[in-house]
Design a protein around this ligand. Structure first.
Ligand SMILES: *[C@@H]1O[C@H](CO)[C@@H](O)[C@H](O)[C@H]1NC(C)=O
Ligand SMILES: *[C@@H]1O[C@H](CO)[C@@H](O)[C@H](O)[C@H]1NC(C)=O
Ligand SMILES: *[C@@H]1O[C@H](CO)[C@@H](O)[C@H](O)[C@H]1NC(C)=O
Ligand SMILES: [Cu+2]
Length: 228
């Protein structure tokens, strides 16, 4: 039982944002509050795929201001400040999406702003880089998007059980770790990017989610739409 309790938390979640070079307090602008939300989403048709919560009614109290075109650093950790990003066994890509905040994540609103998969030559996955960078991932907010409030959705996908399609047995399938944050984007942009539905974008059988880490693949296809 103790072992199960530990394993249940041995994944990763979004802890802190760094904006304008300043590390913000743990949980600031992050949605939902992380407590009890450190679990993998395996059913990609679940509402949990949105922000790892079925209930988008629980908003963060804050919306963090950021200039379009500037960078945000997100911090992902296994069990709070100081802990590792996640287990080395959890190899896979990192993907970041945005959507207008007033959509609450519903509808074809999500556009992809960042992705990092597998560097075959170096045999390095985004997760390896994330662990080496002590959980930090730096992402650029597109310069040309219209000012306004947005959801930022970070996603790490762990492929260690993804050689079997989700549902094939109890542990089969990729582990997805989505988290969201609330941002107020400033700038002079005018673009309202078209988007996709979450859930709805992924299929458990697609090659980016059904993938054998130890097989003889020479490529990895990052799931989701093309980059904005
Ligand atoms: C996140 O912020 C808290 C302060 O709220 C700080 O103690 C902690 O070290 C920060 N976490 C990381 C990973 O920097
Ligand atoms: C970052 O700087 C912008 C000005 O460029 C400001 O509007 C915003 O509130 C700052 N964000 C934080 C979190 O301090
Ligand atoms: C912003 O982040 C990108 C990676 O997404 C990086 O290439 C770039 O150097 C960063 N820019 C600054 C000013 O730190
Ligand atoms: Cu895990």
């Amino acid at each position: 039982l103790v072992c199960f309790a530990l394993m249940a938390n041995a994944h990763t979640y979004l802890t802190n944002l760094t904006i304008n070079g300043t590390l913000l307090d743990e949980g600031k602008c992050i949605r939902p509050p992380w407590e009890n939300e450190n679990f993998p989403v395996k059913d990609v048709t679940s509402k949990d795929l949105l922000c790892r919560t079925k209930s988008m009614t629980v908003a963060s109290a804050d919306i963090c201001g950021i200039q379009a075109g500037s960078n945000i650093t997100v911090d992902l950790h296994e069990s709070g400040p100081g802990s590792r990003a996640l287990s080395e066994s959890h190899r896979g890509p990192c993907i970041v999406y945005m959507a207008p905040l007033d959509s609450n994540g519903d509808g074809p609103v999500w556009f992809k702003i960042y992705e990092d998969g597998w560097d075959k030559a170096a045999d390095t996955w985004c997760v390896n880089t994330l662990i080496a960078n002590k959980g930090k991932l730096e992402v650029t907010i597109p310069r040309d998007i219209a000012p306004g409030n947005y959801l930022l959705r970070t996603e790490v996908i762990a492929l260690h059980e993804a050689n079997r399609v989700y549902g094939a047995d109890e542990s089969a399938g990729a582990e997805l770790f989505p988290n969201c944050a609330q941002l107020a984007v400033y700038g002079t942009g005018t673009v309202h990017p078209s988007g996709v539905n979450i859930p709805g974008i992924y299929d458990k059988t697609q090659p980016g989610l059904h993938y054998d880490l130890w097989g003889d693949s020479t490529t990895y296809e990052i799931p989701g739409p093309t980059l904005y």
